[in-house]
Design a protein around this ligand. Structure first.
Ligand SMILES: C[S@@+](CC[C@H](N)C(=O)[O-])C[C@H]1O[C@@H](n2cnc3c(N)ncnc32)[C@H](O)[C@@H]1O
Length: 185
């Protein structure tokens, strides 16, 4: 499998650990994605945007939580991650996931079309500056929509929640299972 990724030239060696099943299993052992997702209070039938889905660590369990009537828009800017998550979704035979290769700073999604945005392990990230990302998330969220933020690793980025409040686009609701939840203003 490592050779396959090398052949595709999609990933750096340092990223490889999380591409493989052992990497994913170690991560699951360290932190249960379902428990984290429950902190975002995902409800069956919702339309959820997952920004920076990466290897799909949260994508598959999130799709299960949403159920057949829900829809998960799994977005990433990287072709390598998009290919990998597409394979995982196909293997899991999930019909409620829409995989989108796109820059989250300009999602192309309809205004007010999303119930919940997941920013899980994606901020702070140089390619996702909050001053551009938050207005786009505000734009795609429904008026009562919510933003769920999980920071990786949580301890070193305590300034992020403050920056979200400073944007004046979101109000703080609660923190559950390490997930900060905000409502669109
Ligand atoms: C640190 S990884 C986290 C992946 C996943 N959320 C997880 O926790 O396993 C960050 C992801 O964000 C994606 N990303 C970075 N900038 C992006 C952008 N502007 N638009 C969409 N995705 C982006 C990267 O390609 C990468 O998959």
């Amino acid at each position: 499998m490592k050779n396959e990724y090398r052949r595709l030239g999609k990933f750096k060696d340092s990223e490889f650990a999380f591409q493989t099943s052992w990497g994913s299993k170690v991560r699951q052992w360290l932190s249960d994605p379902v428990k984290t997702l429950r902190g975002a209070d995902i409800k069956p039938g919702q339309t959820v945007l997952e920004v920076g889905c990466g290897t799909g660590f949260f994508t598959i369990p999130a799709a299960h939580l949403l159920g057949d009537q829900g829809c998960l828009v799994a977005m990433d800017v990287s072709s390598g991650f998009i290919e990998q998550v597409s394979r995982k979704v196909q293997l899991a035979d999930l019909k409620n996931v829409r995989i989108v290769k796109r820059d989250a700073l300009n999602t192309g999604l309809d205004t007010a079309s999303i119930d919940k945005v997941l920013l899980f392990g994606v901020i702070p990230f140089p390619l996702l500056p909050l001053n551009r990302l938050l207005p786009e998330m505000y734009h795609v969220l429904k008026p009562e929509g919510t933003l769920a933020v999980w920071l990786f690793p949580p301890v070193v980025h305590l300034w992020v929640p403050k920056s979200i409040l400073r944007s004046e686009l979101f109000t703080y609701m609660n923190k559950r299972n390490g997930v900060y939840n905000y409502r669109r203003c």
